[in-house]
Design a protein around this ligand. Structure first.
Ligand code: BGC
Length: 609
């Protein structure tokens, strides 16, 4: 692998830069993907052009017009994009049946090559009811523990395997440079030093030490490259940041946005997803410089590139021209939905017309098949159907315990006047308030059951912060609740849980990160009771909190902690001391965001008891 000097130096300083993050141990020896080339070559020599193009085609299951298309188009991969749920609902059973239905069908193809099934398991197997939901990456970035990032990813992989699904569109190694972006929480940090260590850890957690492991899944580092560096207003609609243009020179791109890929490749990541966004006006999905020259030739990436969802469609109004552009730039697999037949026929025609060289097709299919061999998908007589015995440990107490630990470690204490925290479990009365105190949906954020998540208990099971507080205190402690913070008079202490409601890509871009009026009011109402007030912020990013921060006696940034609210209670009541440190700088005003100079709290800030 050719590693530019700058990266070699960067590797050396990983441990120093991360402080509390455990030092990067030497990468264990693993079989390189290219070691499967003899088997791949033999199979490739027996494949027709159609069979090869089929391997390069991935289809969202909701778009499949006829199940027989699995064999008619020799499909290489399927996916469930955000919101593409099984018709029967989101139960563990329904997801497992969905996977098995498609996998079973591949047996009818001439070569019987199993499909890869991809899903956005970005903080647990988060589409499935009853899965354990971990903190989103921003929280793991504040926990800064390599071991924790690896452990949570390993459990995610195991819960995925319970449904048969063996490909996670994760980790997201984005390095968000502007928190107005609605995908900020999908990133560990604004600091590439943190991203590269935790991204690598997640790849190891997902893929295990070896892709042969039946509990491991294929990882997919995304979104390559510079998805977090876009300029406000550079998007198709002229507003926001998502899918916009990253206007930086190559030195800056390499310094900020590439290190996460270098370490993911070092950890053996089998797939990478090029970004919807552009780099200096050129769509990443059509950039030969990024896909072929830098990623494959220079960084030595041996896995395959899968386009983002329908990203190829966005390259040109002329779909065939778009396919030509992307595949020739180095894209190996098209993630498609309704246009999958057109993708197939366009690419076939392009090869027949000599516009896409056969060598490019062979390179793409080689890369895909390497991964399939590495994952033992090609082993004769080995069932590729879901291992339903794993249903027993799905969402288990043991898995939830790890998520609870992750929550504790991800919390960042920003203010603690007069030792307001920790709270004694024996106080007479705690008054809890705020719209997110008793809301699993808000706690989990986007990419939870629904694409954009959803407020309320309807989302999935788990423990809200309110119920965690009730569980934690002594039996003589009274816990009362009002959403708006009224009726707090007479309580010993108040806890207000406020913040953002859930969102995902696009919808989450915000020009104004001020707190909602009802949040400010809930804190003010509580304060009026003349009691110490603890504010817990549930959010996908730092917000403009000045007024509330002034009123609060203690302030805890909890990010999007997921289903295990008890991790928050553990810290509130001092069973566990806060250790989290900010992975994003915190602004006082929107102007500070625009000028990229946040001054309220710096990266690394976080109080202790
Ligand atoms: C997102 C990706 C995701 C894909 C599949 C896209 O809209 O940008 O992050 O993996 O959908 O759901």
């Amino acid at each position: 692998m050719k590693i530019p000097g700058a990266f070699r130096v960067a590797f050396a300083v990983v441990a120093v830069a991360l402080g509390a993050v455990q030092a990067a141990d030497a990468a264990p020896k693993r079989k390189p993907l290219s070691s499967y080339d003899p088997q791949v070559k033999e199979l490739l020599s027996r494949m027709t052009l159609e069979e090869k193009i089929g391997q390069m085609t991935q289809v969202d299951h909701t778009a499949v017009k006829d199940l027989a298309d699995v064999e008619n188009y020799f499909l290489g991969a399927m996916l469930s994009a955000g919101g593409s749920d099984p018709q029967e609902g989101n139960s563990l059973q329904a997801w497992t049946d969905l996977y098995d239905r498609f996998q079973q069908r591949t047996r009818k193809t001439r070569l019987g090559i199993p499909i890869l099934y991809g899903i956005d398991a970005v903080h647990g197997h988060n589409n499935v009811l009853g899965a354990v939901i971990f903190p989103h990456n921003i929280g793991l970035g504040c926990a800064r523990s390599r071991a924790l990032a690896e452990k949570t990813a390993r459990i995610t992989a195991e819960e995925m395997r319970a449904t048969g699904i063996q490909w996670a569109f994760a980790p997201c190694v984005t390095v968000p440079q502007d928190i107005r972006w609605g995908r900020t929480y999908e990133g560990f940090s604004e600091d590439p030093e943190i991203v590269k260590v935790l991204g690598e850890a997640q790849v190891r957690g997902l893929q295990g030490s070896d892709l042969r492991n039946p509990l491991a899944v294929l990882a997919c580092a995304k979104h390559y490259a510079g998805d977090g560096g876009t300029t406000w207003g550079s998007t198709r609609r002229g507003v926001g940041l998502d899918q916009g243009d990253t206007r930086v020179d190559e030195e800056t791109l390499r310094r900020i946005h590439l290190p996460g890929y270098v370490t993911a490749i070092r950890a053996g990541v089998g797939s990478i997803m090029p970004s919807y966004s552009s780099w200096n006006g050129v769509k990443c999905s059509a950039s030969k410089r990024l896909l072929t020259e830098i990623l494959k030739q220079e960084l030595g990436f041996e896995g395959f590139l899968v386009s983002d969802f329908n990203a190829i469609d966005m390259l040109s109004r002329d779909y065939k021209a778009a396919v030509e552009m992307s595949i020739n730039a180095g894209m190996d697999m098209g993630m498609t939905s309704r246009r999958y037949r057109e993708f197939f026929t366009s690419l076939k025609a392009l090869v027949e017309e000599g516009k896409v060289p056969m060598s490019r097709i062979d390179d793409a299919v080689t890369r895909i098949l390497r991964v399939k061999f590495a994952m033992r998908l090609m082993e004769k007589g080995r069932s590729q159907l879901a291992d339903r015995s794993l249903h027993r440990s799905f969402g288990s107490a043991q898995h939830r315990q790890v998520a609870r630990e992750a929550v504790r470690q991800s919390l960042v204490l920003l203010k603690n006047e007069g030792r307001t925290l920790p709270i004694s479990k024996r106080v007479a009365r705690i008054h809890v308030a705020g719209k997110s105190a008793d809301d699993i949906g808000n706690q989990c954020g986007g990419w939870t059951i629904d694409w954009h998540g959803r407020s309320g208990e309807v989302t999935t099971g788990g423990t809200t912060i309110l119920s965690a507080i009730k569980k934690a205190v002594s039996k003589n402690t009274q816990v009362t609740y009002s959403k708006d913070g009224t009726d707090a008079a007479g309580a010993t202490i108040g806890i207000v849980v406020i913040g953002e409601t859930s969102y995902a890509e696009g919808r989450g871009d915000r020009a104004d990160l001020a707190l909602a009026k009802e949040d400010v009011e809930a804190v003010a109402n509580m304060k009026q009771a003349g009691i110490p007030v603890v504010v817990i912020l549930i959010s996908g990013r730092p917000m403009i909190v000045n007024q509330v921060l002034d009123q609060a006696d203690a302030f805890l940034a909890a990010w999007l902690p997921g289903t295990e609210g008890q991790g928050v209670a553990d810290v509130l009541f001092g069973d566990y001391k806060p250790t989290g440190r900010l992975s994003f700088s915190w602004p006082r005003s929107m102007a500070e965001i625009e000028s990229k100079h946040a001054t309220l709290f710096k990266v690394g800030y976080g109080l202790r008891y």
